[in-house]
Design a binder for this molecule. Structure first.
Ligand code: MG
Length: 294
């Protein structure tokens, strides 16, 4: 099932995306907990009039209950372009995933215009990622059971201020948590439709040109392993969002480096889920809700 959220009288509402870009609203479902508990019954009983996707302003398919949990350096070539070949020396791969978080205030919609944040950074960069939404919480989840805790998957852009990421010691939090730096969507695909999260093409485009092209089969730590590692001694909650890392091709690692500029459009896509499209504008202070176009 392909679930999305859209604005109705200014408030987010859930719906199910049907064929032909039609959306079946889910009246009475206002929270992720209600969605998780009642999804099957409301979609079976659903008799609301269908809406056209093109008329709706989408927001992120979920508001995470706390900081977004993120994996760094989860694709070998991205590790190499960022750290692994430093000064010609091979740096050994970490034997556990690198973890950090982004604040919930980073969340933005899949088609929002986004602020360039130029008062704070001139090195804003893109990172397309497969995002995992936890359905059943838990602690000490085994790698074997991990995927049964997943409610679904979506696409995220872990937008990163590279100068701030490195200006505050070895802690990435600030550079990863500027407002509106985690657009997500356009839909949440339930886990029953993505039986193998390690078999998805993943790509990012800058003004229509491919800048990242990867595949989740090349993740160093699988989705199941990441869930097992994070949940060791730490309770995962329903609705938690985990960003699973980005492939090679970030702007900072290019020669010369490329960073997001006023008017640039970044698109992030994961196979079987969909594509985000966000244009960056210098004059914006906050995200400006936008619609899918074509
Ligand atoms: Mg990232």
């Amino acid at each position: 099932m392909r679930i999305l959220r859209f604005l109705q009288a200014g408030a987010p509402c859930y719906g199910v995306l049907k064929p032909d870009n039609l959306v079946m609203p889910l009246p009475g479902i206002t929270s992720f907990e209600e969605l998780r508990s009642h999804l099957r019954e409301v979609t079976v009983a659903g008799d609301s009039p269908l809406l056209s996707l093109d008329t709706l302003t989408l927001v992120s398919p979920i508001d995470p209950p706390r900081n977004i949990l993120c994996v760094g350096w989860n694709y070998l070539k991205h590790f190499d372009e960022s750290l692994g070949k430093r000064e010609g020396q091979d740096v050994p791969l970490p034997d556990r995933p690198t973890l950090f978080t982004k604040l919930p205030t980073t969340v933005a919609g899949p088609y929002d215009a986004l602020p360039l944040q130029q008062s704070y950074t001139d090195k804003l960069d893109w990172e397309v990622e497969l995002a995992v939404i936890i359905g059943t919480g838990g602690r000490d989840i085994s790698e074997h059971d991990a995927l049964s805790h997943v409610f679904g998957y979506t696409v995220a852009n872990d937008i990163s201020a590279r100068d701030l990421q490195r200006a505050h010691g070895a802690q990435w939090f600030k550079g990863k948590s500027l407002d509106c730096t985690c657009p997500m969507g356009p839909v949440l695909v339930t886990a029953d439709e993505i039986t193998n999260p390690q078999d998805l093409a993943i790509a990012c485009y800058l003004n229509g040109e491919v800048v990242q092209s990867g595949h989740t089969s090349r993740q160093i730590f699988s989705v199941a392993r990441v869930i097992a590692e994070i949940s060791a001694g730490l309770t995962l909650l329903p609705g938690d969002v985990i960003l699973t890392g980005t492939p090679e091709g970030i702007g900072a690692a290019r020669t010369p480096p490329v960073f997001i500029r006023d008017g640039d459009t970044i698109e992030c896509e994961v196979q079987g889920i969909g594509r985000l499209r966000n244009t960056f504008k210098a004059q914006l202070r906050d995200a400006q809700p936008g619609r899918h176009q074509g």
